[in-house]
Ligand binder design. Structure first.
Ligand SMILES: NC(=O)c1ccc[n+]([C@@H]2O[C@H](COP(=O)([O-])OP(=O)(O)OC[C@H]3O[C@@H](n4cnc5c(N)ncnc54)[C@H](OP(=O)(O)O)[C@@H]3O)[C@@H](O)[C@H]2O)c1
Length: 239
């Protein structure tokens, strides 16, 4: 895909991996709409993104768990940008407790963000991509989508589910010139799960590492679709 003047939506683009992806896309000349739940963080990110050179950025507040808000987000992005070619489903949360400790509300929040939110965004974005003759959906999954761990049941369920959703969607829309890929990162140095990015975690991947994979995927020739990408820190601490 030639990225110059393409239109993209990055959910959860105010910080962490989404912010890194939005920055890389703007630098490639893409017009990017980011979304998240906190207006102050969106405003700060949009200001910085617009200093990256290349394309431009705008922002819109949206909780991806709410279908009405996602509809408004996609409408806004299409109206303000002029269309939609690329959807990066990045917004996600992790709550790491045993099944016994996990409240039904927290379990629902993880599934509604990481799975239902992705469905809502795809449901709204795909007709827009069809109107433009094609597009690209990239879902940010996790290695927790293939490896189960104690205290990760809700997160594992959401990312295993997201992988299945991505595979089915890929097969559904490939003949409409819409590509679907999902990326499964290992540990990335962000605020994810209430953590803080820190120097002690410098062995971890960075948002820029994931952004590089996104840009590489988008640059693949029309005939080629790397539909599932695993990326992990090369040297995690020895166990
Ligand atoms: N960090 C890792 O080690 C790692 C590893 C593998 C996969 N991942 C995946 O990568 C994605 C991004 O994670 P990250 O590490 O960048 O986390 P992060 O630093 O916590 O950023 C998460 C982003 O998503 C937004 N968000 C969260 N809930 C949302 C909701 N309901 N509606 C809209 N936006 C929402 C947040 O903004 P607001 O809070 O303002 O909404 C923020 O912009 C997630 O899908 C995560 O599962 C992360």
């Amino acid at each position: 895909m030639d990225l110059q003047n393409k239109f993209a939506l990055v959910t959860g683009g105010s910080k962490g991996i989404g912010r890194g992806i939005a920055e890389a896309l703007v630098r490639e000349g893409v017009q990017v709409c980011i979304s998240a739940r906190h207006q102050d963080e969106i405003d700060e990110a949009v200001e910085q993104l617009n200093q990256s050179g290349g394309g431009r950025a705008l922002g819109f507040i949206c909780d991806v768990r709410d279908y009405g808000q996602v509809k408004a987000l996609v409408d806004h992005a299409v109206k303000e940008l002029g269309g939609l070619d690329i959807l990066i489903n990045n917004a996600g949360i992790g709550i790491f407790e045993t099944v016994e400790e996990t409240s039904p509300e927290d379990f629902r929040a993880v599934l509604e963000t990481n799975v239902c939110g992705v469905f809502y965004c795809c449901h709204e974005a795909i007709p827009q991509m069809k109107q433009r003759g094609g597009g690209y959906v990239i879902n940010i999954s996790s290695l927790a989508g293939v490896n189960a761990h104690p205290r990760m049941a809700a997160y594992n369920a959401s990312k295993f589910g997201l992988n299945g959703f991505s595979e089915a969607l890929m097969q559904e829309v490939r003949h409409d010139n819409i590509k679907v890929s999902y990326i499964m990162p290992g540990s990335v140095n962000t605020e994810f799960g209430g953590d803080l990015p820190s120097d002690e975690k410098s062995w971890q991947l960075t948002p820029e590492d994931i952004a590089r994979v996104v840009v590489d995927l988008l640059h693949h020739d029309d005939r080629s679709l790397p539909s599932r990408v695993e990326i992990r820190p090369s040297k995690p601490p020895k166990k």
